[in-house]
Design a protein around this ligand. Structure first.
Ligand SMILES: [Zn+2]
Ligand SMILES: [Zn+2]
Length: 366
């Protein structure tokens, strides 16, 4: 790689202002680092929150983008994939967006690397002023650190289709991973965005017969059928009571075995807990930032029903792997998830498309 190599990137320098196109010198790699040419960068709902200054972790200036697929341009020293194979220049790869320390209480004692107190995440809490500068995916190149877990990608898949496996897919995989006793017959998913689409796909792969998705966007709801939704309920057309009646009618008055919250909207938990059957499970993944509080009737909706509530925060490499697997098994459906594609310079338009929910999933092709 020439010493004068440069990379263009879109940088957030001030909240609520457009990202700026900047050029970075590509620094010499340190041992174990990998220079990756970004083939596709996912635009996540949380990027919009960061842009708006709603995520306290955001250091400025920053190259956004924590979901990426790319090709190995150069590597320093020898590196292996998580499956033990050797990484080589030219390989198409995906990586875990987060790096855990594997030496803190959460990592070692709790065995929960996703809760690591020193977790570093590309495009989320690494500024572009911190070496090696190219720390986000809204860029022509990203430099992956030596402690990043890396997965090889089969060549016959469009890189755009896989980017969401790095974030929403892995988070949902983590949630399902924590539910040990299966998903049962009937699964309700609150929210038809990428998290909800993955939830429908995982519910189907775990053998659920009825998968009911609740949402406010008819286009997104219809798309969820591709991922395994058997019923869609538009909350703009059906009242909360009507939705509940439909679900109870479908389950002989019992309620759903599993309800997955994938929406992060105030009131979702209040509705969702009432849809869980006796002894069922409520899996909550969508509240990825503060949205206010829900009022829960714990006697009626939790204690009296012996239900389990499982929260899920981000993911570790095992879940990224599981999400990639489900995408590979449902390529056609996941290719339909990508509704918008933008050039690097159009990153601001991409953020707007996600913010307006016009896009189910937007990707940037640097
Ligand atoms: Zn994300
Ligand atoms: Zn740790």
């Amino acid at each position: 790689m020439g010493a004068d190599m440069k990379s263009k990137a879109m940088v957030l320098t001030r909240f609520n202002t457009p990202l700026e196109l900047k050029e970075f010198e590509i620094p010499p790699l340190k041992d174990g680092e990998i220079l990756v040419k970004v083939e596709a960068a996912g635009v996540c709902g949380s990027d919009v929150h960061m842009w708006r200054g709603e995520d306290k972790r955001t250091p400025l200036p920053i190259i956004l983008g924590h979901e990426g697929v790319g090709r190995v341009a150069e590597l320093k020293g020898h590196r292996n994939y998580v499956d033990g194979r050797r990484i080589a220049p030219g390989d198409l790869i995906l990586w875990n967006r987060g790096m855990s320390c594997h030496s803190c209480y959460e990592c070692v004692i709790l065995n929960e690397p996703s809760l690591c107190s020193h977790r570093k995440v590309y495009g989320i809490n690494l500024s572009c002023e911190e070496e090696p500068y190219l720390n986000g995916c809204y860029s022509q190149y990203i430099i992956l650190r030596a402690n990043t877990d890396i997965f090889k990608i089969e060549e016959e898949i469009d890189p755009s289709v896989l980017v969401s496996a790095a974030c929403s897919g892995a988070t949902i995989a983590h949630g399902f991973d924590m539910i040990n006793e299966g998903v049962g017959q009937t699964v309700v998913v609150q929210g038809p965005g990428p998290l909800g689409a993955y939830a429908a796909a995982f519910a189907k792969s775990r053998g659920a017969a009825n998968i009911i998705v609740i949402g406010g966007s008819q286009a997104r709801l219809k798309l969820c059928k591709e991922f395994g939704a058997t019923h869609i309920l538009n909350r703009k057309e059906l009242s909360i009571e009507e939705r509940r009646d439909i679900i109870y009618d479908m389950t002989q008055g019992r309620g759903a075995d599993l309800v997955v919250e994938a929406v992060g909207m105030q009131g979702a938990a209040e509705e969702g807990l009432k849809l869980v059957r006796m002894g069922g499970t409520y899996l909550t993944a969508g509240y990825a930032q503060q949205v206010g509080s829900d009022t829960i009737d714990f006697f009626t909706d939790v204690v009296r029903k012996n239900i389990k509530i499982q929260g899920v925060w981000v993911s570790s490499s095992r879940h990224t792997y599981q999400a990639m697997d489900i995408v590979h098994k449902n390529k056609t459906a996941f290719s339909k998830m990508i509704t918008h594609r933008f050039k690097l310079e159009e990153a601001n338009e991409a953020l707007q498309a996600m913010e307006s929910k016009e896009a189910l999933k937007a990707v940037i092709l640097p």
